[in-house]
Design a protein around this ligand. Structure first.
Ligand SMILES: CC(C)(COP(=O)(O)OP(=O)(O)OC[C@H]1O[C@@H](n2cnc3c(N)ncnc32)[C@H](O)[C@@H]1OP(=O)(O)O)[C@@H](O)C(=O)NCCC(=O)NCCS
Length: 167
């Protein structure tokens, strides 16, 4: 994946050097149902490069972990979080644009995700980015909360953010 820019934000593949920051942000963002440090370490070493980072002035401001269903048509946003110090600056929106680019690069025409029914900031973000609800998983989280399922069909004609490659 090439590094690209969007305003003051830089998008790049996350690497194992980002592990401490990502594991800390994940812990702070999710009181339960976190992706473990060990799991991030595994994904950060994967040749698939499924962890995307957004940085601001060299500092990691947010990340997304993506997954590809085996032989399927979809990519899935497994987790996404933004450092609260960089909230409401478009980091989440940029991570979603990068996830779409990842999905297209892997020949996937659709992105899916799950979100807690009461996570209003994330639901607002996803709906603003064009995701649509398509079902629920009851008793999905450790505390029994319901997950809402969202999907977005990707327009194959549209170009992703590779148009704006950083120089
Ligand atoms: C949800 C999250 C990723 C949003 O990241 P972000 O970088 O602040 O998002 P953006 O700046 O791209 O916001 C885009 C839009 O989403 C909506 N939004 C984002 N945060 C919001 C909030 N706290 N309250 C209401 N709407 C919000 C707004 O419509 C916002 O546009 P605006 O700022 O012009 O009003 C971030 O709050 C986060 O990491 N939360 C904790 C982890 C989490 O819940 N992850 C999702 C798990 S499914």
């Amino acid at each position: 994946m090439d590094q690209w820019r969007r305003g003051g934000l830089v998008v790049r593949e996350a690497t194992i050097r980002d592990l401490d920051t990502i594991a800390r942000l994940e812990e702070e963002a999710f009181p339960q149902d976190q992706v473990s440090r060990r799991s991030f370490a595994y994904h950060l070493r994967s040749p698939l490069k499924p962890v995307i980072a957004v940085t601001v002035e060299g500092e990691l401001a947010g990340y997304a972990l993506l997954a590809l269903s085996k032989g399927g048509r979809s990519a899935r946003i497994y987790t996404i979080a933004v450092d609260p110090r960089f909230a409401r600056r478009g980091v989440g929106t940029t991570l979603i644009a990068a996830a779409e680019s990842f999905a297209r690069r892997h020949g996937r025409g659709r992105i899916t995700l799950e979100v807690r029914y009461d996570n209003k900031p994330a639901i607002t973000l996803y709906e603003r980015c064009g995701f649509q609800p398509f079902g629920e998983h009851e008793d999905y989280y450790a505390d029994g909360a319901t997950a809402l399922r969202y999907k977005k069909t990707l327009d194959r004609q549209a170009f992703g953010p590779r148009e704006q490659l950083a120089s």
